[in-house]
Design a protein around this ligand. Structure first.
Ligand code: VGL
Ligand code: ZN
Length: 200
């Protein structure tokens, strides 16, 4: 495989796996397949959802609101989540079976209290960069394969942003699992296709 290819593994963390605070059904099932896929890629990058305690995306910070309700933030609509992936907590750690040794870079996101970041490229204002674009470009990487959790949130936002930035993006749906809130999976698939992402 050419040096211009990278595998991006999105948020394979305990809180998104069965038993976690924001468990995605079957989230742990994709781990062996992701480990095997890493062997084929010259570059492997992991992302890690990494929130301070009291993050503004947590329903617990909004009296009268519950998890999975929507609110309007100054940067736009935001889903409220159960507290999850708190920096340094066991839930924020990668799934124990994930082969993290193979990673060239681990990029953390969602670390600013006042703003969420689903995408590995931009925070939810769609403007504040994480730095991943510069890293990839300076390594000459132009083609990305994405896997991980959750298909309809962090994988979706990362894939669409990458395609908009001009990367050639493939999402391996067999190595992703979705939250699927009110049709969010169907909407995400349509949005990714519209953005030019290849779903396989
Ligand atoms: C995610 C909701 C909140 C994800 C992260 O990784 O898809 N979803 N934080
Ligand atoms: Zn999060």
């Amino acid at each position: 495989m050419s040096a211009s290819e990278a595998l991006i593994v999105i948020d394979v963390q305990n809180d998104f796996c069965p038993g976690g605070a924001l468990a995605v059904a079957g989230g742990d099932e994709i781990v062996p397949g992701i480990n095997a896929l890493m062997e084929e890629f010259p570059a492997v990058i992991l992302t890690q959802d990494w929130h301070p305690a009291g993050h503004s995306s947590f329903a617990s910070e909004h009296p009268g609101k519950g998890p999975f309700e929507m609110i309007e933030m100054d940067y736009g609509p935001q889903v409220l989540w159960p507290d999850h992936c708190v920096q340094g907590s066991p839930g924020a750690a990668f799934h124990a079976g994930l082969e993290t040794t193979r990673a060239d870079l681990i990029i953390r996101k969602g670390f600013r209290r006042a703003i969420d970041s689903y995408s590995a490229f931009f925070e939810n204002d769609h403007a504040t960069p994480t730095g991943l674009e510069g890293y990839l470009r300076s390594r000459g990487i132009t083609r990305l394969t994405m896997v991980g959790l959750a298909t309809d949130f962090c994988v979706n936002f990362s894939a669409v942003d990458a395609a908009k930035l001009g990367f050639d993006v493939t999402v391996r749906e067999d190595l992703c699992r979705a939250i699927d809130l009110d049709g969010s999976l169907a909407a995400a698939r349509a949005g990714m296709t519209e953005a030019g992402v290849t779903l396989v």
